[in-house]
Design a protein around this ligand. Structure first.
Ligand SMILES: [Mn+2]
Length: 486
């Protein structure tokens, strides 16, 4: 308890100190066009993340969870995570929830990664929130757009968080199901949001000011006046966040001088860069990733080791953990790395479409072997339940794996439902449009579904190594945007 309170005091003192030195960032206006998602359609868009709480359930407080259940008496005081990063993160979550309930939400900036919730998103958000809250006058918190129970679906995150001495129960992290209010309401009350590791806000954050964007996906033109506004094609978004943090940290005049960066945070940053760059493999990364990793390493507890040695070890350990998904059910495989949102169609008479993408490193055959009946039909049944739960109209499951000969294979499984926003005729047409867009772009091989698949279900394989979700998603989104309902 003592160290928890002292860390709050320390944070407050630092805030006061640094506020004088570095100006708060300018608040840009959002680009309305980008958020032109129909209200009707966006009613359910908060349900895009995996297993989100029901609408009424965004009500976390200091004493209760969103479920209404009381937090354990020692929720805030038990010292599960023993690192400085954990202490800061928990203290921040505590003051965010208490400020919200005291009517002070407007003082807060929420830094968020993408809803896939990989180590890059998690680390980039934590790092930038830490930096903002120590170098500007604004209060900042990292939000993981993943529910608490989905955090552990990524074993590599668990390993990295454990190594960073974070709490095993994730009490020190703010997850999407720990928000005190619905994102749509919160968006209007807070100072603004900063996006890391994704180029445009999910529709549930429509109405929030986009104060900054730091990303390594392609620029979608959102918030042209945001500051910072960084887009660079590097292996890891964390690279860009860490570079900006170090640049600004080193520019703080003395006094007051640099704020303290806990070694746990530095090590988390190295972990995220290592896993995204395959240990700084030149084929998978840029010199920017390597330069920033070296700067971070120099400040870490591992500073006397070589960059190559550290990054290899992290990549090996985290990679092993990441690949071990043998325990996951198909539902968990789908939601482990799910990205989706409502796509507004250009034709005013055409309904908007909720489009989602799962990304897995497991072949469809391996997944089929995990169904009780060991059939493709059973696989589609699990998939159907999942898309029913989250109200997705179109879903794609993208699998990447090595076949028996060691060749890299990619699979695309496409399904279109007829019971959410579109009827059967519309779904048929949408299915054809998306199939055509994909077949025009890649040499795709159709899998023979025999009588295992029904209408609007397709499985393709292709060998185009680089065509993961970053490539497939924009193609499908464009097809959906341009689709005109028959
Ligand atoms: Mn990323």
């Amino acid at each position: 308890m003592v160290s928890f309170l002292s860390s709050i005091r320390q944070a407050t003192a630092l805030l006061g100190l640094c506020a004088v030195v570095v100006h708060g960032r300018a608040l840009p206006l959002i680009s309305e066009a980008v958020f032109a998602v129909q209200d009707a359609a966006s009613q359910s868009t908060f349900s895009l993340a995996t297993s989100p709480p029901a609408d009424a359930a965004y009500s976390a407080s200091l004493t209760s969870f969103v479920s209404g259940l009381a937090r354990p008496l020692d929720y805030w005081t038990a010292e599960e995570g023993v690192g400085h990063l954990s202490e800061w993160s928990k203290a921040t979550k505590h003051s965010f929830l208490s400020d919200y309930h005291a009517g002070r939400a407007h003082e807060w900036t929420i830094v968020m990664g993408n809803e896939g919730g990989d180590l890059d998103s998690l680390t980039a958000a934590l790092t930038w929130a830490y930096h903002l809250s120590h170098s500007t006058s604004s209060k900042a918190i990292a939000l993981l757009q993943t529910p608490l129970d989905a955090l552990d679906l990524r074993p590599e995150n668990k390993l990295a968080l454990d190594s960073a001495k974070m709490s095993s129960g994730h009490r020190d992290l703010l997850t999407i199901d720990e928000l005190p209010a619905h994102p749509r309401a919160l968006a209007k009350e807070i100072q603004g949001i900063v996006l890391v590791d994704h180029p445009l806000p999910l529709s549930r954050w429509e109405g929030a000011k986009v104060l900054g964007i730091i990303d390594h996906h392609s620029d979608r033109g959102v918030a042209p006046d945001a500051d910072p506004r960084v887009f660079e094609p590097v292996a890891s978004c964390t690279t860009l966040v860490a570079r900006l943090m170090l640049d600004e940290l080193e520019a703080i005049p003395n006094p007051p001088g640099e704020y303290h960066v806990p070694h746990e945070l530095l090590e988390l940053v190295l972990s995220a860069i290592a896993i995204d760059s395959d240990g700084l493999n030149p084929k998978k990364s840029t010199s920017v990733d390597a330069d920033v990793a070296q700067r971070v390493l120099d400040r870490s507890n591992w500073h006397d080791r070589s960059l190559g040695e550290v990054m290899d070890r992290l990549d090996k350990d985290l990679g092993e953990a990441k690949r071990d998904l043998s325990h996951l059910s198909i539902r968990d495989l789908l939601r482990r790395d799910w990205k989706g949102d409502v796509v507004a169609t250009l034709d005013p008479a055409t309904p908007d479409i909720h489009l989602g993408f799962a990304s897995t490193p497991v072949s469809l055959d391996d997944q089929i072997a995990r169904t009780p009946e060991r059939t493709l039909k059973a696989w589609f049944k699990v998939e159907r339940r999942w898309t029913a739960e989250i109200h997705a109209d179109v879903s794609l499951c993208l699998n990447k794996f090595k076949d028996r000969k060691g060749n890299k294979v990619r699979e695309i499984v496409l399904t279109v439902r007829e019971d959410h926003r579109v009827n059967a005729t519309q779904a048929d047409s949408l299915f054809r449009e998306i199939s055509r867009a994909l077949e025009e772009r890649f040499p795709l091989k159709k899998r023979n579904l025999r009588n295992e698949g029904k209408g609007r279900q397709m499985v393709w394989t292709h060998g185009e190594k680089s065509a993961g979700r970053k490539v497939v998603r924009p193609i499908v989104e464009r097809a959906v945007k341009n689709w005109v309902s028959p």
